[in-house]
Each structure stands twice: as C-alpha cells, then as structure tokens.
Write a protein that binds this ligand. Sequence first.
Ligand SMILES: Nc1nc2c(ncn2[C@@H]2O[C@H](COP(=O)(O)OP(=O)(O)OP(=O)(O)O)[C@@H](O)[C@H]2O)c(=O)[nH]1
Length: 373
Amino acid sequence: MFDGLKDKLSNFREDAEEVAEENAEELADQPDDEAADTEAAAADSAPEDAPATADAAAPATEPAGEQPDADDEESSAGFVSRAASMARGRVVIDEADLEAPLRELEFALLESDVEMSVVEEILDQIRGDLVGEERKFTESTDTLIEDALREALLSVIDVGQFDLVDEIESTSKPVTIVFTGVNGVGKTTTIAKLARYLESEGFSSVLANGDTYRAGANQQIEEHAEALGVKCITHEQGGDPTAVVYDAVEYADANDVDVVLGDTAGRLHTSDDLMSQLEKLDRVVDPDVTVFVDEAVAGQDAVNRAREFDEASAVDGTILTMADADSQGGAAISVSHVTGKPILFLGTGQAYEDLEPFDPDALVDDLLAASDD
Ligand SMILES: Nc1nc2c(ncn2[C@@H]2O[C@H](COP(=O)(O)OP(=O)(O)OP(=O)(O)O)[C@@H](O)[C@H]2O)c(=O)[nH]1
C-alpha cells in the first residue's frame, strides 16, 4: 500500500538530511584554533543540562592552541554562533539550502496525485518547521527531518478523527448511515464489510438498497445480506431511494436493530437528478452519518468528487476503497484536508474482513518506515 509515495518521501528525507549533515561537516573541517574558540563559546552558552551532541554534528572537542587574530573575528563570529548551536545539539538550516529538496518533494507529491493545496500546505509546514530557527536534535539529523515530515503529513491528514463505533454507541438507535459516491467504486461491498465489522463490535444492522436506479443492484446487495445473515430492505427498480431507507429505519426501530446501512445509486456528481435525490434523502431521513466512498486509486479525481458530494449533502467522513491496489497515496493524503472530514476506513481487499479503521498516526508511521529499510 502506497509504496510509490513511501519511496518518494524517503528520497526527500535523504536529500534534506544531506543538507543538515553538510553543516556538521563544515564544522568538522574548521581549523583547530577556531574549533577551540567554538568550544569555549559553546561551553559559555550551553545550559547545564544541555543534551548530548548529535553524532553527525559533533564539534571538535580536543583543546587547541592560539586564539584567532582580529582579522578572523568577523568570519569566525557566525561560525562560532552556529557551532555553539551544534554543540548544544541544535542546528540551523537555511531556506536556500532546503529549496532543492523541497522542490523535489513538491514534484514527487504532485506526481503521487496529492492535491495542489495539500502539497503547498505540506511544504509550508516543513519550511516553517526547519528553516531559520534553531532546532534541537537529540539523536541525529535524520530525526530532525523525520519529525518535520511527520508533523507536516499529520497536519493535513489528521483533521480530527472520530470513531464510528463510539459515534454509534452515543447515538439513539437506530443509527442511520448513508453511503454516497460514484458508480463502481466499491460502495456496496464496503457496506457489506461494514455490516461485518459492526457485528464484530456488537452491533446489529439492516441493509437498505437506496440504489433503485441500476438493474441488478437489489440482487447484488441481497447476496451480501444473505452471506452476512442480515436483513435487507429493497424496493422495485425506479422507486424512491428515500422511501427505501425510510422503510429500513422503521424496520430497525420495530426490530431493535442498531444500525441502518443505506446504499445509494452510484451517481455522477454531474447528474442533477440523482444529486437532488440525495438532497431529498438528506432532508427526509436526516441520516446520523453520511459517508462518502471512493477509490484510493482514483487520486485527485476522488478528491474532487469528495468536495462536490460534500457540497450536495454534507459528508461526515470518507472510506477509501482499493487502498491495497494504490501505490500513489494521493487521495489518502489529500481527501481529509480538502473536505475537512476524516477518513474513517480503508478498504484493503475484496473479502469482508478487508476494512481497516483509519489511524492517521499509523499511516504516517507506515509511510516513513519505508526509508528505514
Ligand atoms: N481490491 C479491492 N477490491 C475491492 C475493494 N472494495 C471493493 N472491491 C471490489 O470492487 C468491485 C466493485 O465493488 P462494488 O461494491 O460492486 O461497487 P459499487 O460501488 O457498489 O458499484 P455500483 O453498485 O455500480 O455503484 C467488486 O469486485 C469488489 O469486490 C477493496 O478495498 N479492494
């Protein structure tokens, strides 16, 4: 999952680490007398509990001979202050130094289908985090860059998760969840997976086929219901989707079923008729949760559709299917930032069990772990 993106992030880390390492190498190259002066300055300014100096940035520690003469003072002053910073386990990175790696990262993210505004946000975060200010690094420059990248990625991916199970627990029953999205992205399969997941969490559910538009939709969802052993409410093809979901809510109410999972026709976001059906469903049934479903592999297209569906009937969260087949990761990185709503689950295969609750920290850990390989 997201292997192409992992490689690209790893390349950025290597380039940016080189920039930080170069500062340390320059420091090591200084003549002994300057190094001694540096050490004195560092000793003067270092707090008593100063952290251990990073391996890569270790200043010269051997005492040395003469002090620099007056001519050297100006040039050594900047060096002294920087080296003193290094001695305290701190580093300063110039914006100019970081520009080339950041440009590479920008291309790499765009190539991975990360949305433009999301790319800009990530770059701004990294710049703000790394450039100019003295940054403490206790272990290595690697940690410094990794932390900046981690924070930048989390800032766009983590828009405030909510746990669907907690939401269901705290909402009066039956809880109605409606699924929207375009054709053929795995919506019906995702509903079936979620019924299985909710069962494992102790909740019963009823399926409702609000996709009255497509021939064969009733049969498709009924097959899933049978395989899962749950009730399924359907109407004839061409019927009113709102009426189907409404009936399912009544059924759940009468039979103590916890959750109604309502499918809708896989509509084109450009289809006014189908979009107005969605607005009616929203108005009449007033679902507790509306989930937008799309394919991770659709990249920017999925992100654009999420934005448009959110406008038609406010989305509470997204499920991205086919994450198992997605090397780019663009939609997974972008969709939360663009909609302001979290990704709730990732679909990771065709089996009912292949639905993973989404955890931004775990995703970022995974994306950054590749470069340790
Ligand atoms: N690899 C993989 N396949 C998936 C995943 N989710 C769904 N699929 C497959 O994608 C295909 C389409 O899924 P459906 O559930 O029929 O899609 P749909 O959105 O309901 O399609 P419509 O009913 O036409 O709107 C099926 O073969 C699913 O098994 C996933 O996370 N990973």
